[in-house]
Design a protein around this ligand. Sequence first.
Ligand SMILES: O=C(O)CCC(=O)C(=O)O
Length: 341
Amino acid sequence: MAIDDLTGLTPAQVEFFDQNGYLVVENVLGDNTLDSLWQEYTVKLDSVATLLNASGKLSSDYADLDFDKRYIAMMAESSDVFQHLEISYPLLNENFPSDVPIHCGETTFKMLTDSRLLDVVESIIGPEIYSNPVQHIRLKPPYKAIQTDISKNSYVGKTTWHQDQGALLDEANDTQVLTTWIAITDCPEERGCLIAVPKSHKRHELSIHCPGDGIASENYIPESLLADDTGKKDFVTLPCKRGSVVLLNQFTQHAALENSSDVLRWSFDLRWNKIGQATGRPAFPGFIARSRSNPESELRDHKLWAELWETAKDRLVNGDYTGQVFNAERWSKYVNAPVCA
Ligand SMILES: O=C(O)CCC(=O)C(=O)O
């Protein structure tokens, strides 16, 4: 893929995003970056396969398979695979496990600090950019290949309607949080692309999210509450090619379709806010990704990034962090609400 001299968004793209609450930007990440990610994750998956095979969680290390088929085969046997590749910890307010794995690889960090990606982010939130720790990898096997309860987990199965603001603590109520959703594989509709209600962000309010199964990200906006600023429920599908980035406002109602194809669907979702604003997830570490006013403050070493996550885990395990990881009560009160029936 040839990539042009992208240096951020055009005024027309910024206007489209402001008006609609979403924007698809093609060709942000080039082949070099995407291929390096595949290489890094191929090596990582190999070590996970060896580990889980040795501990008896997998019956084979599936070493004869390519990355995507190997991941699908491993996930069909053990949902433990996923967390080893994740770039965030699970949302647990208590009993935080000391052995929870996370992947803070060098190439993954290069993607997080990719200058073309940050140029796009700068067009929306300005030149002082903080990497918000609400970030995930979503490696989704074909839906029919997932046997376990993990299919209800939006990191692996389909994603229910929600607004990203709904997963943040109240401390971020005045923070502008931008989501960049990055396609590592092509993501046509049948592979489970994003869908969004245009202009739903213009209501600038958090819809009720009904409590879903399991973790916070599975809380969902019931279809009766989907609406743009005039009450219309129409949604758009956002299929895109690998290397594309979908931007989402924190109040945009969105979801992702099931992966009904026969192949892997892989994306990352990363979030950003202005330096100095509350992230909404203080238990987990962010970092300064770009500061035009103080470039020396930017984090440029992936090992330091990995250390930040290790330190955050230690604080959670030891009880040094005493706040919440996420607000479990915010939506649980709606469990018997008629709108959630
Ligand atoms: O990729 C997905 O399945 C959902 C991503 C999403 O909802 C998000 O980034 O907020």
